[in-house]
Design a protein around this ligand. Structure first.
Ligand code: ATP
Ligand code: MG
Length: 367
């Protein structure tokens, strides 16, 4: 899918913008606070019907304006399409249109314009705790496999109930009666999560490794190992086998769970350890290596979405160039030749040879 034109009225600091869009790289250049991220936010809003920065619609409307009107033209699903969103400063609900036809909800939007967003927070996904890495797998799988979202929701609900039991059973021992049933179902649903995560991570890292290889000028090999419940020797085994390994682990941790009052067993503790040339990024990766690997993962996520849906999502890269060395910046600007990309950056000397450079000042195009 390719955007061809973006028009904004009264959106954030854009009183009026009419931007023809390049099918390749669109490099959005400007000093701080000029409207670069606002522009990406507008594209993302037209893709999902919500902002990645705020839940409060009124913040999106230009100061002093009564409404914001965002629209884009694009080529998607084999034809010319258009999306429009009108947001009101009053309590009137927003209006969304696809091809001029008013939509009841935002649920119809994602198939028309799919975007993959990468912002500075995502650069640290490979450092720090495991939660953002699990989220990376879960978010992608929820989009790709409808059954996965259902299983994940059930798992989280069961986990909440089990946590409450383990916390409160001292005061009310009868709470322990349904615990075996909860554990059994947790193992069943947990096996579904592990089965999918192992396969998705495998494909993701294969694709990301190719990007990272190019990114680093062939110097670094990216790999990752999935870390799940220790009794599971082979996460690619059939779900029945994973289920039985999960039950074994639960049994051996039963006493410890009662004593600690915590759920110690299950895929809610899953993680993956990404490595460069066999060395853990989390423990030893430099800033630039960590960022490059994180961008490679994002590019891989986009590729897997494309393989699955047949449409290449538009990539939105906000402020990710600054920490990369010249070669890696050049890769982002000039060698991601597949699909359409928006990249924001502050340095006016940056150029791209496979797209256009757009300079923004105070919510206006500079020519
Ligand atoms: P940086 O390089 O620092 O990330 P940026 O170019 O990405 O900067 P944006 O976040 O796109 O900057 O824009 C920020 C500017 O937009 C701020 O000056 C802010 O005051 C202005 N702004 C945000 N919301 C609104 C609004 N609803 N109406 C008018 N202006 C707004
Ligand atoms: Mg910004």
């Amino acid at each position: 899918m390719k955007l061809t034109r973006l028009q904004l009225y009264g959106f954030r600091n854009y009183a009026a913008l009419d931007l023809p869009i390049h099918p390749g790289v669109n490099l959005i250049v400007g000093e701080n606070a000029q409207g670069k991220t606002n522009l990406l936010e507008a594209v993302s809003y037209l893709s999902t019907g919500r902002s990645f920065r705020t839940m409060r619609q009124v913040e999106l409307i230009g100061f002093g304006a009564d409404f914001a009107d965002l629209s884009c033209r694009l080529f998607s699903q084999g034809r010319e399409q258009s999306i429009r969103a009108v947001l009101f400063a009053s309590h009137r609900p927003k209006q969304l249109f696809i091809g001029g036809v008013k939509q009841k909800t935002a649920a119809e939007l994602p198939g028309v314009l799919t975007t993959v967003l990468f912002c500075p927070d995502d650069l640290s996904v490979l450092k720090g705790g495991a939660a953002p890495r699990r989220k990376l797998l879960d978010n992608a799988l929820c989009q790709l496999r409808p059954g996965y979202a259902q299983a994940l929701a059930e798992y989280n609900k069961l986990l909440d109930s089990k946590t409450r039991i383990l916390k409160d059973y001292h005061e009310m021992p009868s709470l322990l009666d349904p615990l075996p049933e909860f554990n059994y179902r947790l193992a069943q649903v947990g096996a579904i999560l592990i089965w999918h995560r192992a396969r998705y991570l495998n494909s993701l890292i294969k694709a990301a490794a190719d990007y990272h290889h190019e990114f680093s000028g062939g110097r670094e090999a990216l790999t990752a190992s999935y870390q799940t419940v220790s009794t599971i020797r082979d996460p690619f085994a059939e779900q029945k086998e994973i289920f039985s390994c999960l039950l074994d682990h639960q049994q051996s941790h039963y006493k410890a769970e009662l004593e600690s009052g915590q759920c110690l067993t299950g895929p809610h503790k899953d993680d993956f350890d990404a490595k460069l040339d066999g060395i853990s990024i989390k423990a030893f990766g430099s800033q630039g290596q960590t960022r490059t690997a994180a961008i490679s993962l994002k590019l891989a996520e986009r590729e897997l979405l494309r393989r699955d849906t047949g449409e290449e999502p538009v990539l939105l890269l906000d402020d990710v160039l600054s920490e990369l060395d010249a070669r890696r910046q050049d890769f982002v600007l000039n060698q991601i030749s597949s699909g359409q990309v928006f990249i924001t950056c502050c340095e006016p000397e940056r150029v791209t040879n496979i797209g256009q450079t757009v300079t923004i000042r105070g919510g206006q195009l500079c020519t």
